[in-house]
Ligand binder design. Structure first.
Ligand SMILES: Cc1cc2nc3c(=O)[nH]c(=O)nc-3n(C[C@H](O)[C@H](O)[C@H](O)COP(=O)(O)OP(=O)(O)OC[C@H]3O[C@@H](n4cnc5c(N)ncnc54)[C@H](O)[C@@H]3O)c2cc1C
Length: 430
């Protein structure tokens, strides 16, 4: 019997260490330097975070999902999920453990599709936690439909020249390089007309037009850039993978990125549920604690059940990725968890907000940030609707239309077939 929901004791010890370490050493950074998570660290910040990263390395928990050849532990996605359930509580923790978005996904595609030179130039410093990166795909003209992308790269001698603009390129302002998806052959069929380029952020012609904030981030100081590419000249070896291969590369990147968001969202949901329960037990109103009110009990029970279902689904999908090592094969479940994630996060965070009353709606508690974060989870790496379409198409592949007026499970038809099968035993009933 191979179904097992337990964590092996050795790894559980690591998780217990990570839990205490994040709570005591890392979460405080969220309160003193919230805006510096993705900023190349100053000397002062390094003095704090470098020793923390060293402790993570000593525990063998640095970039654990990566293969040892890339500096990780080869732990795979299930173990990363169990770790991310802890790290996702804190903005700083993924950076301190070397597994932050969008760099994990970017590292994965350079590792898979990059040349030896590209790995040395871009991947090594990225995995070492020395630099940040950005993935520049979405355009203002269209995000969920890549056929709307207009940014072009044209061959000029040994170089490519890129022109266009990209929207919501997360962390572009602190990135050392951007991975840019552009049209290289407009005449080629869909899926073969775009290529991926590695573009150093200081290449002439790369300009951040504005940094867009989400939620309560101050205008102009957000982390999602509208990036202009004006006659950006890059050499032929800036191409990541083959010409026309951008769709395949993007699918690899987004497969990992989506499930990593889901893993960290488990942590945020658990945090909201913890706060909801603490408040329910602490607040006394109209003759009882909130914990004794049936409405509030309903909030707690629904939240617990939603979170448990979601968590098991994410863990199972992580297990499938480890087993098949092929995101395309697990596409249905990755899209399904991506599609349910915003609702689970929104529901639990909203209930926790409500149970805290006015305090919950204030900026002295994290709930409004969490609720707006739930909308982000319904958009980043593709809108919920598009993922549901993917799930439905994949599910329908397992079915055939019935070649009959009546459905296969039509009861009169089933009954007639059953009677015919056991006719010899039914004669006495006639
Ligand atoms: C916080 C955040 C970070 C992001 N980071 C990055 C990044 O680093 N790099 C990057 O390239 N992009 C990034 N994005 C962009 C993200 O990938 C896009 O927002 C997403 O793909 C949707 O594209 P869009 O915003 O243009 O919406 P549109 O494509 O215009 O879609 C708008 C809405 O239309 C509906 N819709 C769309 N298609 C369908 C359909 N087929 N069926 C039914 N309804 C549909 C949905 O309700 C959807 O939300 C980020 C977005 C957010 C919010």
């Amino acid at each position: 019997m191979s179904w097992d929901f337990e964590t092996e004791p050795e790894y559980q010890e690591k998780l217990d260490w990570a839990d205490a370490f994040v709570r005591e050493e890392v979460e405080p950074l969220d309160h003193i330097w919230p805006e510096l998570v993705y900023t190349p660290p100053s000397e002062k910040v390094r003095k704090v975070i470098d020793p923390l990263k060293q402790q993570v390395r000593s525990q063998g928990l640095w970039a654990t999902h990566l293969e040892p050849a890339l500096g990780g532990q080869g732990h795979g996605q299930v173990k990363l999920c169990l770790l991310n359930e802890i790290l996702g509580r804190s903005s700083w923790a993924p950076v301190i453990f070397g597994c932050q978005a969008p760099d994990t996904g970017n590292a994965e595609i350079i590792a898979k599709f990059g040349t030896a030179e590209q790995k040395e130039r871009y991947l090594r410093p990225l995995l070492g936690g020395e630099v940040f990166s950005s993935f520049s795909m979405t355009e203002p003209e269209g995000g969920s439909d890549p056929t709307q992308f207009r940014t072009r790269a044209v061959r000029d001698g040994d170089d490519w020249v890129i022109n266009g603009h990209k929207f919501f390129s997360s962390n572009a302002k602190s990135a050392a390089f951007l991975i840019v998806m552009v049209v290289t052959d407009p005449a080629a069929p869909r899926g073969k007309n775009m290529s991926m380029f590695l573009v150093p952020a200081d290449t002439p012609g790369v300009t951040i037009e504005r940094n867009i904030g989400v939620g309560s981030e101050p205008p102009g100081e957000g982390w999602h850039a509208l990036v202009r590419y004006d006659n950006v000249r890059v050499p032929a070896d800036a191409l990541l993978g083959d010409e026309g291969q951008a769709f395949a590369i993007a699918q690899t990147r987004l497969g990992g990125g989506r499930i990593h968001h889901a893993m960290r969202t488990i942590a945020q949901c658990q945090k909201a549920l913890d706060m909801m329960c603490e408040r329910a037990l602490s607040r006394y109103t109209q003759g009882s604690t909130l914990a004794e009110k049936q409405f509030v009990q309903g909030y707690i029970a629904d939240s617990y059940a939603q979170l448990t279902q979601f968590r098991l689904f994410v863990l199972h999908t992580a297990w499938e990725i480890d087993k098949y090592k092929d995101y395309r094969r697990v596409r249905k479940d990755i899209s399904a968890i991506k599609a349910v994630m915003p609702t689970v996060y929104h529901d639990i965070a909203s209930r926790a907000l409500q149970v805290h009353g006015a305090l919950g709606a204030s900026n002295e508690m994290p709930f409004t940030r969490m609720v707006s974060g739930s909308f982000v989870m319904g958009l980043a790496d593709g809108p919920t609707e598009v993922h549901k379409v993917t799930v439905a198409k994949q599910v329908l592949r397992g079915y055939q239309p019935v070649d009959d007026l009546w459905p296969s499970e039509h009861l009169p038809k089933k009954r007639a077939a059953a009677r015919a099968k056991y006719a010899a035993y039914l004669e006495d009933d006639e």
